[in-house]
Design a protein around this ligand. Sequence first.
Ligand code: IPM
Ligand code: MG
Length: 367
Amino acid sequence: MAKKQRKILLLPGDGVGPEVVGETKKVINWFNEKKSLDFKIDQDLIGGASIDKHGMPITDEVFYKALESNAVILGACGGPQYDKLEFSKKPERGLLKLRKELKLFANLRPAICFKQLVDSSSLKPEIVSGLDILIVRELTGGIYFGEPRGIEPIENGERKGINTHSYTTKEIQRVARVAFELAAKRKNKVTSCEKSNVMEAGVLWREEVQALRDKEYKKIELNHMLADNCAMQLLRNPKQFDVIVTDNLFGDMLSDEAAMLTGSLGLLPSASLGERDKNGRIKSLYEPVHGSAPDIAGKNISNPIATILSFSMALKYSLDLEKEAVLLDEAVQKVLDKGLRTKDIMSPGKKEISTSDMGDAIISNLH
Ligand code: IPM
Ligand code: MG
């Protein structure tokens, strides 16, 4: 029987994206050679890199490639040289278009405090050690995409900026369902965050999440929390959380906060998942949480671990290769145990290594 071929599309993008995706590509190639897997790797442009070549943040050709792939691995989009571009032409639109049109409504952002890095957190070790939270952020709705939107002239030469925040029952329940399913494999605890004290869409969010829990997930402990309180609780006592489910905008902010309190932004992967189709396939995009970091781009000092762990999430969620995912996660742990660190996570007594050396070290620990 022919080997099952899985298509992986690499979209390095901007800033440190090409370096960290480059190291991930080495890891994927290792799996191809040593584990006799048959990943078919393709690579293309997105974000500023695509703007420079094609004048747009993503071309139709790349979009269709993404649509055909089993998993897309993205580096990062954006950089200061594009700040003045009109909104619809900015690098970030490439990423937002992929999320929206592939209908990747559930964004999984784990915030894990690696035991080797407890001291890198700005919080006290006892607050963060052993921390393992999963933020499930709604990714295709809310104020990011709501209509009407725009900037329009009003009287007296003034202007008005408009964005619309709205959610439907379906949009809320499908992401809540993902959160409940994931919680069932963890500590059975979901915290749902909104601003139901000031927003109608927040009231609906709370009611619909609760209704789904009462109907189908009675074993899950569900708490509701106002998003501002959640921001505070994440700093006060982050270990009270297991899975947090929230909307697009609050999820954007809370996930940055959660990532930073682990002290290891350079280590955190993410997965964006769509609905399962008739063939059981799920559309998906994997990316590091850290962004393009233009200030350190091209210096071979960025941390490729977040992107490599994003590939590990792809192995697990899109490629049906759970064992390989565990192998890769363990290789990363071993490298950290040996005291090897890129600059961002360097601390006294450890050995500082480059981006490419980190990639190599992970590969040699896969063997
Ligand atoms: C993220 C980023 C994006 C977002 C940007 C780059 C559009 O901040 O993935 O969290 O706001 O969603
Ligand atoms: Mg963000």
